[in-house]
Design a protein around this ligand. Structure first.
Ligand code: ADP
Length: 258
């Protein structure tokens, strides 16, 4: 049951009473659940076979199945990039459906220092390929927060992999954290392409991607930040962005202790 209440006034704004609308929303909810299950099934059916196609293409890329000529390398690189894009999209759709269904897992005490170094390890492969400096500075006595571990890990993997992807070679990326009165504030900072002010809100909308010459060629889905925002909100936290074109970006994530 959904209840909406509003004051009821006459033409001059004098309060006459209140109005309440009682709506039976059972049908919407089950439709939402159905949509969610459908998206999860389709995403899973796509992600599994394509992940194996991708790893076969990567075997070819690494020359493990014999040396390739220039034309073959070019074609396989393009195929791997396209397939990689679809795998990323289906995994992200699966994540969103899981968050929406409340199926990411149970809350537990999380040491953000450990979790962030796990995320750093995961993205460091890509950072090394671009010769970027990637460092985490987390105080050893940082208090833990209560959260769903895989979901919070996803937040930092997404923010860090964005920092790596949207920063040119030899750039600097850092993660810091500090305890505030009611929770922990982390900052993921890069000195990459930056984001124009008019896009600061929009990048958190599903499928939105900034259109500019620097980032046009970077493969993406526009789903990473909506996932980040949703997880942070579900934890009672918030996310802020400081960024300008050519001046890099800093994403601040606040997570409450409880
Ligand atoms: P994706 O990266 O797959 O496109 P996201 O939702 O993670 O999806 O990001 C949305 C858009 O926000 C990106 O397409 C990019 O234009 C911009 N963006 C995100 N992070 C950064 C960053 N660290 N630096 C510059 N631009 C960024």
């Amino acid at each position: 049951l959904q209840v909406t209440c509003a004051p009821f006034r006459d033409g001059r704004g004098v309060l006459l009473g209140a109005m309440a609308i009682f709506e039976d929303v059972t049908a919407w909810i089950s439709l939402d659940q159905l949509k969610n299950e459908y998206v999860s099934t389709v995403a899973h059916e796509i992600a599994s076979p394509l992940s194996s196609v991708l790893s076969q293409l990567q075997t070819l890329q690494r020359g493990l199945a014999g040396e390739l000529n220039e034309k073959q390398t070019h074609l396989i690189d393009r195929a791997a990039a396209r397939v990689g894009g679809i795998v990323k999209l289906s995994k992200e759709l699966l994540d969103l459906a899981k968050i929406e269904a409340g199926a990411m897992g149970e809350k537990e005490e999380i040491s953000l220092g450990e979790l962030i170094s796990e995320a750093v390890d995961i993205v460091s492969v890509k950072a090394d390929e671009k010769e970027q400096k990637l460092k985490a500075e987390i105080p050893p006595d940082l208090p833990s927060v209560l959260g769903i571990r895989p979901a919070v890990l996803e937040v930092f993997i997404n923010l860090l992999s964005n920092a790596v992807r949207y920063t040119p070679e030899k750039g600097d990326i850092s993660v810091t954290a500090r305890a505030l009165e009611s929770g922990v504030e982390t900052a993921v900072k890069d000195n990459g392409f930056g984001i124009p002010p008019e896009d600061h809100e929009k990048i958190f909308e599903r499928f939105y991607r900034v259109k500019d010459a620097n980032t046009r060629m970077i493969v993406g889905t526009g789903l990473g930040l909506p996932i980040v925002k949703k997880v942070v909100r579900e934890h009672g936290g918030n996310i802020k962005l400081e960024s300008a074109p050519g001046e890099g970006s800093t994403f601040y994530v606040f997570l409450p202790f409880t």
